[in-house]
Design a protein around this ligand. Structure first.
Ligand SMILES: *Cc1c(COP(=O)(O)O)cnc(C)c1O
Length: 335
């Protein structure tokens, strides 16, 4: 199973008209702070508020004739993307997800006309229900990341980044299952082989990081995180994204919950953007000092605006946040 630059170019044609070409905007504050231009790719402006629409629309575009409906497991945004893409094609969509998914995301998916099934406390348990729908009701599964059409769809972000700014030196890519980082790195390195692609995850339950370290897909325990969209495993039988991330990412960096908290405040107060914890891991990595100094223009993908608003409000007002067994102390924003 492979994906090529040609597949990504074809994906761009397949998704145009449904998924948008998104703006790449400067962050004056981050540019000043880190001594190199830092740009933000605003996937928050997609019709579903997140980049996952790209992969979902491309996957639905490639379904065989006569399919009755689709299903997926999702921490939220992939479910929204599949619901939106299916509705655009007049197909039934059944979205399975775990109890850890914030309520705002569940409601968002229902509002897009999809059926929602809430099962268990992990992505893996939700997957059992989705498998049953495939076996017993003939729905077609759409993986959130480990599918060549999904990877090619997410890879269209890489085309846009380098068309807008051929001089980009570093890409800071939020990393969970690796469809986003793998697809973007594939497109970007096909166009500009020496561009640096850095994957970033939270330091609690980072499945791709642990898998790359072990040299094979491994399971991790899923825990509550401000970057809830980065939770979940990569699949024991991962076919595509483990290999892509192993071969194309120059480095994977982990950031703490406190670092994510602060980066969410930074993006809100300095750039006036509302975004999920998963989106700001690139900014958190810069602020943490865990990255080598930037050597040229850098971009990070602000992947989604579908944040749980009560949590977001607590963060930007400097209050404490409880995540399972971890309580993050409150702290007001200071530049
Ligand atoms: C899915 C998702 C990611 C990570 O994408 P993967 O392809 O799973 O690595 C990052 N941010 C948000 C908001 C997401 O929904």
């Amino acid at each position: 199973m492979t994906v090529s630059l040609a597949d990504i170019l074809a994906a761009r044609r397949a998704i145009s008209g449904i998924a948008l070409r998104t703006p790449l905007v400067p962050s004056p504050f981050l540019t000043k702070t880190f001594g190199q231009e830092v740009l933000l790719k605003l996937e928050t402006t997609q019709p579903i508020g997140a980049f996952k629409l790209r992969g979902a629309v491309n996957a639905v575009a490639h379904l065989p004739e006569g399919v009755r409906g689709v299903t997926c497991c999702s921490t939220g945004n992939h479910g929204r993307g599949v619901a939106y893409a299916a509705r655009a094609k007049g197909l039934r969509a059944v979205i399975c997800m775990s109890e850890l998914v914030p309520k705002a995301k569940v409601e968002g998916i229902r509002a897009l006309g999809a059926e929602v099934r809430i099962v268990g406390r992990s992505q893996d348990e939700a997957e059992v229900e989705s498998d049953r729908l495939v076996a017993e009701e003939g729905l077609v599964p759409i993986s959130p990341f480990d599918d060549p059409d999904v990877v090619a769809g997410q890879g269209t972000i890489g085309l846009e980044l380098l068309e807008d700014r051929p001089d980009l030196h570093t890409l800071l890519l939020p990393l969970s299952g690796g469809g986003l980082a793998g697809g973007i790195a594939l497109a970007a390195k096909a166009i500009k082989p020496d561009i640096r692609c850095i994957g970033i995850s939270m330091d609690r339950g980072a499945a791709m990081y642990e898998s790359l370290k072990a040299g094979r897909p491994v399971e991790v325990t899923e825990v509550a995180s401000l970057a809830d969209s980065l939770g979940g495993g990569i699949g024991q039988d991962n076919k595509l994204t483990f290999r892509l991330c192993r071969d194309l990412l120059d480095e994977v960096v982990l950031v703490s919950e406190a670092e994510i908290y602060r980066a969410m405040q930074t993006l809100y107060y300095e750039d006036r953007l509302v975004a999920e914890g998963a989106c700001v891991v690139g900014i958190a990595a810069l602020q943490s000092g865990k990255l080598p100094p930037l050597e040229g223009p850098a971009a990070t993908v602000i992947t989604s605006r579908n944040v749980d608003m009560p949590t977001f409000t607590r963060i930007v007002t400097g209050q404490s946040v409880t995540l399972g067994d971890l309580t993050l102390e409150g702290s007001p924003y200071a530049a």
